[in-house]
Design a protein around this ligand. Structure first.
Ligand SMILES: NC(=O)c1ccc[n+]([C@@H]2O[C@H](COP(=O)([O-])OP(=O)(O)OC[C@H]3O[C@@H](n4cnc5c(N)ncnc54)[C@H](OP(=O)(O)O)[C@@H]3O)[C@@H](O)[C@H]2O)c1
Length: 267
């Protein structure tokens, strides 16, 4: 498993983490991922998976980097504090490694939310502050509201099928050393199954590269994400063998020609 720095924190994260939205696999697949070096687990107060994450890491405290999220409808100061405390309890930990704002709420002043996030760091309940589903303007506004700490990551949808962030968000994050956590990096499974008609040509390229490299199509799709500087990916699977397959998307690299071919095919 290769690693990338979280923002400019000096903390190294595995470039493949474990997603848990609509996760129903129990502790085993997550433990398999941890055993293979994917020691970042992503959850959220709204996923209903903080308890299973807590159970998974109970005997591994301090060895797992736990990322969770406060929902966008809990962004008032008191609500953020309460949400974090509830997440800590469900996870069975004293400190959340990465606390992310799940989505922005234009109805709540950003300054109020960021003040709560900074209070949580001051109190030792959170180590690092991240955001999710933030457009560039939201990210810049949030950064401008911070008085003590920085925003270390933005978790956004990114895959061969969803490349909107390449326009402005990805270059901005690369320039400013903010980690992009790619969610739905397998296109919610679309990149692992039969192609839709409109993507058939592109999928032929994906499968040809899988054959050339001796990897599977999901591994090639994930490795393409990881080939981009500052990007790590958090695929989700309920199945132990697929978690292992996804973890093995790291530790090797597509060639520049293969990356270009995929860039063009899925443009
Ligand atoms: N911040 C946000 O707003 C947001 C939004 C969406 C997701 N996320 C995060 O990102 C994580 C991943 O995104 P996602 O769950 O939307 O989609 P994803 O990881 O792109 O795809 C998950 C789907 O792919 C299947 N799959 C996974 N590995 C596979 C493999 N090797 N071969 C074949 N099928 C495979 C899974 O089925 P099985 O489980 O049956 O294997 C599942 O149906 C989430 O779990 C969550 O942590 C965040």
């Amino acid at each position: 498993m290769e690693h990338k720095e979280l923002g400019s924190t000096g903390v190294k994260l595995p470039e493949i983490g474990l997603g848990t939205w609509e996760y129903h696999g129990g502790v085993e697949p997550l433990r398999k991922g941890l055993a293979l070096g994917a020691f970042l687990i992503d959850t959220a107060e709204m996923y209903g998976t903080e308890e299973v994450v807590g159970e998974t890491i109970r005997t591994r405290q301090g060895q797992v980097f736990v990322a969770t999220k406060v929902s966008g409808n809990h962004l008032r100061y008191d609500d953020v504090i309460k949400a974090a405390e509830h997440s800590l309890k469900r996870l069975g930990i004293d400190s959340i490694d990465l606390y992310q704002i799940h989505w922005p709420d234009p109805g709540v002043p950003m300054r109020e939310t960021m003040r709560a996030m900074e209070t949580l760091v001051d109190e030792g309940k959170v180590r690092f502050i991240g955001v999710s589903n933030f457009y560039l303007r939201n990210l810049e506004e949030a950064q401008a509201c911070m008085t003590k700490y920085g925003i270390v990551s933005n978790q956004v949808k990114y895959s061969l099928l969803q490349r909107g962030i390449e326009e402005d968000m990805l270059p901005y994050c690369q320039k400013n050393r903010i980690t992009v956590i790619a969610y739905s990096p397998l296109g919610r499974g679309e990149l692992t199954s039969k192609p839709l008609i409109r993507h058939r040509g592109a999928f032929n390229v994906l499968h040809n590269i899988a054959r050339q490299t001796g990897k599977t199509a999901p591994q090639v799709a994930l490795n393409w994400c990881l080939s981009k500087p500052n990007v790590i990916a958090i695929p989700k699977s309920d199945r132990t063998e697929r978690v292992a397959e996804n973890c093995q998307a790291s530790g090797w690299r597509l060639s520049p020609e293969q990356i270009t071919a995929l860039d063009r095919a899925f443009r």
